[in-house]
Design a protein around this ligand. Structure first.
Ligand SMILES: Nc1ncnc2c1ncn2[C@@H]1O[C@H](COP(=O)(O)OP(=O)(O)OP(=O)(O)O)[C@@H](O)[C@H]1O
Ligand SMILES: [Mg+2]
Length: 363
């Protein structure tokens, strides 16, 4: 099942809902409306009964009247939210318009939303569905994020243990100069790959926190491209893929050299990762009006049209990407870095037959 179809299926299942209201007519009405919409509904006429229901089985959503005699809604809310697991996923208050203080207190205590009485049944349906969908989407994204972090740690672990083995070889064996150069080359490319993964996680968390910035100054394009070619040429050779460059290294561009390099590193790493043996990866640079354009084209499988809009999202991978490992961060980072330069990145089918990623920044 693709991630897209599972995402659209989120709203299809009814939720496990508990309705709490001391007014029996309201209770009966909400129950009828929500049951009709496919939710599994339980009801409680007071706070004590509500807590008992939650103890029995935790509902996904509680519709909670703020003003009830005895244990009031806000107190019930406080007790639910102070549970070790934080209580039910979604707590929605219901209150009369003249009870703004109760609503305010409830929101402070961790209510997710509120509805004002009298409640229109269509609004009730729409709000309950929307709240459940939002919650389930968040939970799904969180699970994906955890999977990807586990994957990332795994990806770091692998070169790290290889490095340990290589160190032993270096230590124990009498190597010829050629062998030694080969081993050193391996160490370099493993370190570069690990550094890319670690840098990606750092940039991703800065982008997420909204504190990512670039220091732009005029630089020679070669300052970015030369180290990329130096690192990836041996990687390409090992994979039997031709890596070539086309364009002028002396073009000037206004950029943060280190960040721009990180963006292009990811695009080149992807092209090499997804291009089969015997293929070709071409890095081109040229002046495009007021911009400088960088393009990485390959002879690999390309991007399926239905994946084009999602692969730039964080933690999103295509079917091939999942099979190849990685965290699904590379393209999100390339996009974040391009945008921080007031530029952009886009994908199309290139003239080499595979994917072509084009990153442009103002010159
Ligand atoms: N050159 C390419 N050819 C084919 N598919 C690609 C190419 N570049 C990216 N993709 C697809 O886009 C997805 C997202 O790429 P991205 O770089 O964000 O993540 P990743 O490479 O899977 O992991 P990471 O970069 O974090 O190691 C990939 O999983 C793959 O499905
Ligand atoms: Mg990648």
């Amino acid at each position: 099942m693709s991630e897209r179809s599972s995402a659209s299926g989120i709203g299809d299942g009814g939720g496990d809902v508990l309705i709490v209201d001391d007014f029996p007519d309201a209770l009966a009405l909400y129950e009828a409306v929500l049951t009709e919409d496919g939710h599994r509904v339980r009801t409680a006429q007071n706070g004590v009964e509500a807590l008992r229901h939650v103890d029995e089985r935790e509902p996904e959503l509680v519709l909670l009247d703020v003003s009830m005699p005895g244990l009031g809604g806000v107190e019930v809310l406080r007790r639910l939210r102070s549970r070790r697991d934080g209580g039910p996923s979604v707590i929605m208050l219901t209150a009369a318009r003249r009870e703004p203080h109760a609503i305010e207190a409830g929101l402070k205590e961790g209510a997710d939303a509120y509805l004002t009485k009298p409640i229109d049944s269509r609004e009730l349906l729409a709000r309950v569905r929307a709240a459940l969908e939002t919650f389930r989407l968040k939970r799904m994204l969180e699970a994906q994020r955890r999977d990807h972090i586990a994957m990332l740690v795994h990806d770091l672990r692998h070169p790290l243990s290889s490095l340990g083995l290589i160190a032993e070889v270096l230590d124990a064996e009498d190597l010829t100069p050629a062998e030694r150069r080969h081993v050193v080359g391996q160490i370099r490319s493993m370190c570069a790959e690990m550094a890319r993964l670690v840098d990606d996680v750092l940039v991703a968390s800065r982008l997420e926190a909204g504190v990512f910035s670039v220091e732009v100054r005029p630089i020679r394009v070669g300052a970015v491209i030369e180290p990329i070619l130096a690192v990836f040429t041996p990687v390409a050779a090992r994979r039997r893929v031709a890596l070539d460059f086309d364009g002028s290294l002396d073009l000037e561009v206004r950029a943060d050299a280190q960040k721009l390099r990180q963006a292009l590193d990811n695009l080149v790493a992807n092209a090499l990762k997804f291009t089969p043996r015997g293929g070709r990866v071409r890095l081109r640079v040229w002046r495009a009006g007021a911009d400088v354009a960088f393009e990485i084209a390959d002879t690999g499988p390309g991007i399926a049209p239905e994946e084009e809009s999602t692969i730039f999202d964080r933690y999103r991978q295509g079917a091939r990407g999942r099979a190849a490992g990685g965290a699904g961060l590379g393209l999100a980072i390339a996009r974040g870095i391009a945008e921080a330069h007031h530029g952009s990145v886009a994908v199309s089918t290139g003239d080499l037959g595979g994917a072509a990623f084009r990153l442009t920044v103002p010159s």
